[in-house]
Design a binder for this molecule. Structure first.
Ligand code: PLP
Length: 481
């Protein structure tokens, strides 16, 4: 095949320019009109795959056909996380500057595994992590690196803790030393902790779920008891994971007391602040990190609540040498003359290949400014408070947990119904009926066995109007059940 023939198969550069403009126009219209779409996709299982040919095309197709199919097949099969009435899960919010940054990352198409493979990517990442560290009020001596997810960052932390406690012995020899290495989280800890414990080879039975108090936060005395009990049994406490903002109800584990226990018993302390970390931009929320000096590692997700589209997870470490020593590899083909004068991020986590994620974060932080980020997060928390006030004023609804951040946990409890199963069933039906309208999207959890509806205010462009409509929808749907 001649070179000319090969080039004509791909998109011509002027065609790329034309289609690029069309795509950006489509994106702007989509984001402007997103409220007209149902928040939760109405697709039925198999409906999308049924529209896709079983085999790939033998001959290339024109971009017009591909783009039309994207609009016809893909968009109706999407749940719209950027819809301002998306109140489900935790947000994975984005913003317009973030999308533009992500487009440029795709155009640059760089593999940012070491400094030499794109010095700007490595040094912009270093600077962005310093900016975030200062914005959140984290200790100035810490280093940071962008990971794909909080799950990966927590895995890195548990692996580093494992190596610290075993004198880097597991990395070298595997688990020949005998004895169980134990990890502690609360009963409300995220499932990524259990996954990390399994992947780290510690075994799921080595995860202790420490009891929580009435606000679903870890009880430090119970943590201490569990550590003592493990020592008595000859086990080795390896890592404690404290959560700021649990996934169920945004409970905040008491860091200062947990840090004391970890110091006393010399146990590694990781903080999972996946959602709540963003709220630390607000000076009035810094109470959550009282006792931060006892912490070894900390993760939060700008891709949850800092307007930076997935994926972008900020992982901070007190001891960068311990992290690098856990992950470093030295194949000949990756050796460079800069050595330790630069950050080679391949040694700061699991994958070798890395995307240029710092670019979109830079665009977001510069467009919003620290004040803009503060104002937006504060407004989300105020809107969540307005939901709390409505629930407190309504005899037919009941708050099920404190709401220190942007998440309100509640259930419908009309007078005359007290049977626990009946209430659970009623609330499951309420949630389904609300989501079926397509006007808003909420999800649930169970707290203390109670079916709990979660109202999470965190979408970038949400306003009080959307929150009011969301509440009205819930109240009116409940009254009709
Ligand atoms: N930790 C907490 C508290 C979370 O709420 C979540 C996700 O919602 C995670 C960890 C996992 O985050 P990721 O999807 O970035 O791995």
């Amino acid at each position: 095949m001649s070179i000319d023939r090969r080039m004509s198969i791909d998109m011509d550069i002027e065609e790329f320019r034309r289609h690029g403009h069309e795509v950006v126009d489509w994106m702007a219209d989509f984001l402007r009109d997103i409220e007209k779409l149902p928040v939760k996709s109405r697709a039925k299982p198999g409906e999308i795959i049924g529209q896709l040919p079983e085999k790939p095309p033998q001959e290339g197709e024109p971009f017009e056909a591909i783009f039309q199919d994207f609009q016809r097949i893909v968009v109706p099969g999407m749940t719209h996380w950027q819809h301002p009435s998306f109140f489900a899960y935790f947000p994975a919010n984005s913003s317009r500057p973030s999308v533009l940054g992500e487009m440029l990352t795709a155009a640059l198409g760089a593999q940012c595994m070491i400094w030499q493979t794109s010095p700007a990517a490595a040094e912009l990442e270093e600077r962005m992590m310093q900016w975030l560290r200062g914005m959140l009020g984290l200790p100035s001596g810490w280093d940071g690196v962008i990971q794909d997810s909080a799950s990966s960052a927590t895995l890195c932390s548990i692996l580093t803790a494992r190596e610290q406690v075993s004198g880097y012995g597991v990395n070298a020899r595997g688990f020949d030393a005998g004895g169980r290495l134990v990890v502690y989280g609360s009963a409300e800890t995220h499932s990524s902790i259990e996954k990390a414990v399994k992947i780290a080879g510690l075994g799921a039975e080595s995860l202790r779920k420490v009891p929580v108090d009435g606000s679903y936060a870890m009880v430090p005395e119970k943590l201490q008891e569990a550590i003592r009990e493990d020592r008595r049994r000859g086990n080795t406490p390896c890592c404690v994971v404290a959560t700021l903002g649990t996934t169920g109800s945004t409970a905040v584990d008491p860091l200062a007391e947990i840090g004391e226990v970890c110091r006393k018993h010399r146990v590694w302390l990781h903080v999972d602040a996946a959602l709540a970390g963003s709220a630390l931009v607000l000076p009035e929320m810094r109470w959550m990190i009282e006792g931060i000096d006892a912490v070894d590692t900390f993760v939060f997700n700008p891709h949850k609540w800092m307007f930076t589209n997935f994926d972008c997870s900020a992982y901070f470490v007190k001891d960068r040498d311990a992290l690098v020593r856990t992950f470093e590899i030295h194949p000949e083909y990756l050796k460079t003359r800069e050595g330790r004068r630069v950050n080679d991020y391949r040694d700061w986590g699991v994958p070798l290949g890395r995307r240029f994620r710092a670019l979109k974060l830079w665009f977001v932080l510069r467009t919003f400014g620290v004040q803009g980020i503060r104002e937006t997060i504060r407004s989300h928390m105020e809107m969540a408070r307005s939901v709390v006030e409505r629930i407190e004023a309504s005899p037919d609804f009941e708050l099920l947990a404190p709401a220190p951040l942007n998440t309100v946990c509640f259930r419908y409890r009309p007078q005359g119904i007290s049977d626990p199963d009946e209430l659970n069933d009623l609330n499951a039906r309420l949630l389904e009926a609300v989501n079926d309208t397509g006007k808003a999207f909420f999800t649930h959890t169970k707290l203390d066995g109670k079916y709990t509806i979660r109202f999470v205010v965190g979408q970038t462009y949400v306003s009080q109007r959307h929150v009011d409509q969301g509440w009205k929808l819930i109240a009116e749907t409940a009254a009709k059940l």
